[in-house]
Design a protein. Structure first.
Ligand SMILES: [Mn+2]
Length: 314
């Protein structure tokens, strides 16, 4: 874990100001400015599905509209022609592992004297983090990992984080498991990695955050997110129906100055949808997280994004 997470953390802590404007203490802030000329691929909640990370890198992109040839995403990232934005929630298997969480819960209650179910969960969760840290380290300016509400290895309460429990006491079980089986240095490095993830990506005609924005946030508030837990909470935890009316429209109108012919969209994960996507906020918020399949949104610069064509099952 340290071999992958330490370099990943180093990259996050030293992101250039043009891409992640620094906060008042000189640390990379909560905003990511994406390249307006690259094709963007947005990946919703991965939730410990390591195979999704592998499949993402193979997504075929049609980078030249005049030919039929496609370029795999990994190649396009390496060539500086594409950028990848992951919306967070890298850890904690969901419904697919409900039975395993039930078994792991029993192991937790017995103090992990047995821990085979939990070992499997942790292999997938930590494995996913490891893969993403490796990709971020290899391609720092082309890959952007946003923070989700599950990125909370110590299961802390406060500064925008909450303890998590859905199929079991996932947050507490992971925190206890880490304390029992990993040295403090590993936990600290993962914690720091998570706390250094940004919250909002700004593209030419779109915005991306983990959850629907709970209200309008000014750029300076998001830049200074480390000091204001309400910003982290408001961009990572918002449930359907909990955002202030007009928050998505206000964000898009304020952050995006696209050409008047193009409609702008706000992309988020967090709340599950059926099929490839769901919409809220008068169709301006596109929700991408389908726990049962791999989803990717592909946005070509200077082309109108069409949810029915440009959201893929991978
Ligand atoms: Mn979430």
């Amino acid at each position: 874990m340290l071999e992958f997470l330490r370099p990943g953390l180093e990259v996050l802590q030293t992101e250039p100001d043009y891409q992640r404007p620094r906060d008042q203490h000189g640390l990379p802030g909560g905003l990511v400015r994406l390249s307006p000329v690259r094709t963007t691929v947005i990946i919703p909640d991965i939730h410990a599905r390591m195979e999704i990370v592998r499949r993402v890198l193979d997504i075929p992109l049609a980078l030249s509209p005049d030919t039929d040839t496609t370029t795999p995403l990994l190649t396009a990232l390496q060539q500086g022609r594409a950028q990848l934005v992951c919306v967070g929630d890298y850890v904690h298997a969901e419904q697919r592992a409900a039975e395993r969480w039930r078994l792991a819960m029993q192991e937790f209650l017995e103090g992990f004297t047995r821990h085979t179910a939990m070992d499997d969960e942790m292999r997938e969760s930590l494995g996913t983090l490891q893969m993403l840290a490796a990709i971020k380290t290899a391609l720092p300016e082309a890959v952007h990992l946003l923070k989700g509400n599950h990125e909370n290895i110590r299961n802390r309460e406060g500064n925008g984080n909450h303890s998590f429990g859905k199929f079991a006491y996932e947050g507490q079980m992971v925190a206890d498991y880490m304390e029992q089986f990993y040295p403090p240095e590993v936990i600290e490095t993962i914690d720091q990695f998570e706390q250094n993830l940004p919250l909002l990506a700004i593209g030419g005609s779109f915005l991306v955050s983990h959850a629907e924005p709970s209200r309008f946030f000014m750029p300076a508030e998001i830049r200074d997110y480390r000091e204001n837990g309400e910003v982290t909470e408001g961009l990572t935890w918002t449930a359907n129906g909990d955002a202030e009316d007009g928050s998505v429209a206000a964000m898009l109108d304020s952050y995006i100055s696209s050409d008047p012919g193009l409609s702008s969209y706000y992309f988020a994960g967090h709340r599950p949808v059926n099929g490839r996507y769901g919409t809220r906020a008068d169709g301006r918020l596109i929700q991408l997280h389908n726990p049962a399949s791999g989803i990717a949104a592909v946005i070509n610069p200077d082309q109108q994004f069409d949810p029915d064509q440009d959201i893929l099952v991978i």
